[in-house]
Design a protein around this ligand. Structure first.
Ligand SMILES: C[S@@+](CC[C@H](N)C(=O)[O-])C[C@H]1O[C@@H](n2cnc3c(N)ncnc32)[C@H](O)[C@@H]1O
Length: 215
């Protein structure tokens, strides 16, 4: 629940909101309870998952504030929806969803893995990334990428592509320290030369970031 609360703190007040891959529907409930949107669409590829959100949001569905749609990705989501959340899926799955449809006017994306691929896709397609940081919840680390379909082109260094824009935030530092420990432990085992070289380079990059020297 703490992850949901933190994730929702990245959402802005908007006219129309869509929660793609909504599952339980808690994020939409947050938007409505806090009067952060006038209307919302909830969607999920799984009818069973969507039913959970429909039950949670039943009063809002009855009043017409929330519409539900069972579909893959953005297929049946209005293209003019002001803000769209896609959270809790892999970065590659989120890319497939965007590729098959459109980059939302305003988006909050929370990939569970492959955040770098998602950043690269958004940058290549002209999105304006305004927030790209790590937050911590329940001992786990999550990347959140927030931005707009178009705006000023976002520039990234190689290190930012790997770990996000907030390289000096406390959460990123804790994440990098845990990654560093994992990689160092990994190298204590027999590893082939090529893999050892790659992991050693990654370790050096992380150490540079942690020392504040990441140009
Ligand atoms: C782990 S849950 C995340 C739920 C919620 N968004 C969150 O962040 O807590 C992932 C949800 O995404 C749905 N899902 C996976 N792929 C999808 C797709 N291509 N289109 C729509 N929903 C999808 C799953 O059915 C599942 O309900």
């Amino acid at each position: 629940m703490d992850r949901i609360k933190k994730l929702c703190s990245y959402l802005d007040c908007c006219k129309s909101f869509a929660d793609v891959g909504c599952d339980h529907g808690y994020c939409t409930l947050y938007m409505l309870k806090n009067n952060l949107c006038e209307s919302a669409q909830i969607s999920d590829i799984s009818a069973k998952c969507l039913e959970k959100a429909e039950n949670l949001l039943a009063p809002y569905m009855i009043s017409g504030k929330v519409k539900s749609v069972c579909c893959s990705g953005l297929k049946d989501i209005n293209k003019d929806t002001e803000q769209i959340l896609i959270a809790g899926m892999g970065g590659e799955e989120i890319i497939l969803i965007l590729k098959a449809a459109f980059i939302p006017e305003k988006f909050v994306l929370q990939p569970m893995k492959n955040a770098r691929l998602l950043r690269e896709y958004l940058i290549e397609n002209g999105a304006d990334i305004t927030v790209d940081e790590i937050f911590e919840s329940g001992g786990k680390f999550y990347t959140v990428i927030k931005g707009k379909r178009c705006g000023k082109k976002t520039e990234y260094t190689l290190t930012e592509l790997k770990y996000g824009k907030a390289l000096q935030s406390e959460a990123t530092k804790r994440f990098l320290k845990s990654e560093l420990a994992k990689k160092e432990r990994y190298l204590e085992n027999p590893v082939n030369e090529a893999a050892r070289k790659t992991i050693t380079e990654e370790i050096n990059t992380i150490k540079e970031v942690l020392s504040g020297d990441n140009r």
